[in-house]
Design a protein around this ligand. Structure first.
Ligand code: BTN
Length: 326
């Protein structure tokens, strides 16, 4: 009921009376009043005026199920939302959920992660209330060797969402770091469970530095947040809803062909370092090549001084700019 009332209030510009809400949902005035009070406790600033009714004046920056669901315009992603105040890792929780009846499109999100995981066994710092730490549970009917491309698809969705909501130039550092001002705002960790050549499930974990104000010395040359770049706070639920809507469209395009043939030109438009020399680091060996762009499998095409083209496969190598991280 709370979610339904929130949705009506969110989508109504004017005041809406308690009586109208009662009639609309077929519940008592007390039930409506209780929901309004719960929303106020969660941080919604709701004006209530005698004979006019209720109107939301401002929204809290929270990632509750109702705050996300009432903003979400998707066909199947996020029909189930599990929102936590604290969890070890949303990827771990998504895996547990997958083993216990979770379905395609389920969303796991948490205000803080106590054991956030990055790629290559690293930690992912996930402080309380200042980032978006979420995982999508997917059950694609595709070949296992095509799963890694989903990581590029979600990276594109984050980049497009950030670009459409804020006045920032967003790029992607291959394969899936989302970059603003030469620093990383997003990391993605995709994990899967398979049986021979059958996919049980895929979990796509995304960490976005949203309202973080400063980073530890160790990472501050490489990491930034939307708040640092914009100079103001960002509403996390609004951004999350936008990302999921865009991802749903891109993911369906990907599923049609099981490759990036219909997405690669858009990806290459925002790919950083295209046409420039990059450092390719593979088991302590370094070489310099010119980056050209990705192919339909999401591999990075690079060119040597004799115009020989080589494919770089993600997971095996790191790519850096000549003078630093990008
Ligand atoms: C990277 O190293 O760049 C990947 C970082 C991925 C972090 C996200 S935060 C939400 C999800 N849960 C995790 O434990 N990790 C991913």
């Amino acid at each position: 009921m709370k979610k339904k009332i929130l949705k009506v209030l969110r989508n109504t510009d004017d005041y809406i009376s308690g009586q109208e809400l009662c009639e609309f949902f077929g519940v008592s005035r007390t039930a409506v009043w209780k929901c309004i009070n719960q929303l106020k406790e969660e941080g919604y600033c709701i004006d209530s005026v005698n004979k006019k009714g209720y109107k939301i004046i401002s929204y809290p920056d929270i990632l509750t199920e109702s705050e996300i669901a009432t903003r979400l315009n998707t066909r199947w992603i996020g029909k189930n939302i599990k929102s936590f105040n604290e969890i070890d890792s949303t990827n771990n929780e998504a895996k547990r959920f997958a083993e216990n009846g979770g379905i395609n499109g389920d969303l796991i999100v948490s205000e803080v992660q106590t054991n956030g995981k990055g790629r290559r066994g690293r930690n992912w710092i996930s402080p309380k209330g200042t980032g978006i730490w979420f995982t999508l549970l997917l059950k694609p009917d595709i070949r296992t060797e095509n799963v890694s491309m989903i990581t590029l698809v979600i990276g594109m969705a984050v980049a497009k969402a950030v670009n459409s909501l804020y006045d920032l130039k967003v790029s992607i550092k291959w394969p899936n770091d989302v970059i603003v001002n030469s620093k990383k705002i997003t990391g993605i960790l995709t994990e899967m469970s398979t049986e021979l050549d059958y996919i049980n499930y895929v979990v796509v974990g995304v960490g976005i530095n949203v309202n973080i104000e400063n980073f530890e010395d160790e990472i501050k040359d490489k990491a930034t947040s939307l708040k640092i770049e914009l100079g103001h706070n960002v509403n996390r639920a609004e951004l999350l809803a936008k990302i999921l809507e865009i991802f749903e469209d891109y993911y369906e395009i990907f599923l049609e062909t099981e490759n990036l043939v219909n997405l690669k030109s858009e990806y290459n438009r925002i790919l950083i370092n295209v046409g420039q020399d990059v450092k390719i680091i593979q088991s302590n060996e370094e070489k310099i090549r010119k980056a050209i762009g990705i192919n339909e499998r999401g591999e990075l095409l690079v060119e040597d001084e004799n115009q020989n083209i080589e494919k770089i496969i993600s997971g095996e190598v790191s790519v850096r700019g000549l003078y630093g991280y990008v």
